[in-house]
Structure formats: C-alpha cells, structure tokens
Design a binder for this molecule. Sequence first.
Ligand SMILES: C[S@@+](CC[C@H](N)C(=O)[O-])C[C@H]1O[C@@H](n2cnc3c(N)ncnc32)[C@H](O)[C@@H]1O
Length: 248
Amino acid sequence: MAEYDDPYDRSGQFIDPMIAGWWEQHGAAVADALRELPADTGPVVDAGAGGGLGTRLIARTLPNSRVLAIEPSLPLRSVLLSRVFEDPDLRARVTVDDDDLFSARLPNRISGLVAANLIGHFSPHERDRLWEELAPRLAPEAFILLNLPAPVEPERVERTRMAELHIGKRSYVGRAGAEPTGPEQISWLMTYEVHEGDRLISRDDVRHTWWTISEQALRAETAPHGLRVVPHGPPEAELFKILRDEKK
Ligand SMILES: C[S@@+](CC[C@H](N)C(=O)[O-])C[C@H]1O[C@@H](n2cnc3c(N)ncnc32)[C@H](O)[C@@H]1O
C-alpha cells in the first residue's frame, strides 16, 4: 500500500462499536438498496469498510455476491479481517484490500459500491476523480450508495455525546463537535474517553478534516460524469444512490 496518513490511528480502536448504532438504525434501508443491485456483474465494493459492519450486511443481504472491502486504516482493517475470518461464509466471499480507494485496483466491472460514512474524507478534487473512476465501472442498473451526513454546509456543531458503551467494568464515551474551517470544510473534534467507575482511564482527542457536500452539490458534480442522484430510504438515513444516467 502507498504511504497513508491514517486519521483513525488512535480512534480506530473505538470506531467499530461506536458506529454500530448507525448500522442498527439505517442498516435496513441500506439492505433495501442492496437488494436492487444487479447480480453476477462483478463484486460489490465496500469502500472505507471500517470494521466491516457494512461488509457483513452486504454479504448477508446478497448471499451469492462477492464483496471487495477496501480499508486503509490498520486498526480498523484488523477488526474487519477478524470479522470476515470468523464467519466461514464471509471468509469465502469477501476480499479485504488494504489500499486507500484511490490506489486500490478496482475491477473493470462492479455490481455496486457502498460508501457509508465516508464521503467527507474526500476533497472536491478527489470526489471528481472518484466519479471519473467509478462511472465506467458501474454495470447496468448498478449504483453507488452513500450517505451525506449533516452538516452538509460548513457550520458549527455543538459538542454532543455521540456514543456511550458499557463493556465489562468500563464505559467508553465518544463526544463530537465541529467548527467551520473553509467554504466546504469543517473540523471535527472527537473525544474518546474510557472510564472505570469514577476513574478516567484514558482520553484521546482527535481532529478530523471533513468536507461537507449537499445533495444539490452532489448532483452538480456527478452530472458531468453521466451520473444521476436519487434519494433512498427515509430522509433521516441521508442515503443516496448514484446511477448511470442512461439518457446520456
Ligand atoms: C467513519 S468510518 C466508516 C466505516 C464504515 N464505512 C462504516 O460505516 O462502518 C470512515 C472509514 O473510511 C476510511 N477511509 C478514509 N479515507 C479513506 C480512503 N482514502 N480510502 C478508503 N477508505 C478511507 C477510514 O479508514 C474509515 O474506516
């Protein structure tokens, strides 16, 4: 893998259990979309697969499909590899790639691509490259499924508790808040604390640059690549399908 500066090198240990709530809430909407993908036209790509909660959902929803899970972060990929290995069915059908999405060798034909909780990592220039790379690979009826998490324009996000987990005698608390840092950019400050009773065991503060993008901006930047955007599922899931515009 090419040199990769991992924004999850510290927080990767907490992401999988802390993002499980998103999958509990929106996994059914993601699965509904997956069932619309064409069969037998190449693997379904899970881009930025994290610990693989989405990868597992893809594989279980589409029991005859191969899945290519791309995950450049070492701590997250370790979780992903174990999750895939533990399940003999996933082990047979899921390939784990350690590249970042821009250096990964994508197959010429894919049945679909899931980019869950990912798009804000990419600058407008990187997204343009991505649409350029993906558009010709999408099989007929195939699509990219992504979410556009709020805020979709740069704005201040009040610091809130995003997750609290209880594991054994310890609790794991994640907090997040953001400040605008540019015309299409915010900076998230994420704090991960581990407590045992009244004792604070550890605290990690992590800053993430996040590129905001609205549905309107997504439509405008994908259209020149012959792609069209269709909202999917309940609005609170913030999910969109990006399909080839067959009229073009
Ligand atoms: C918030 S996590 C979401 C993980 C997973 N998709 C989920 O929803 O459970 C964002 C993921 O994107 C990955 N990521 C960030 N930049 C990436 C890139 N350039 N190529 C591929 N994955 C990337 C991170 O390593 C991380 O696993």
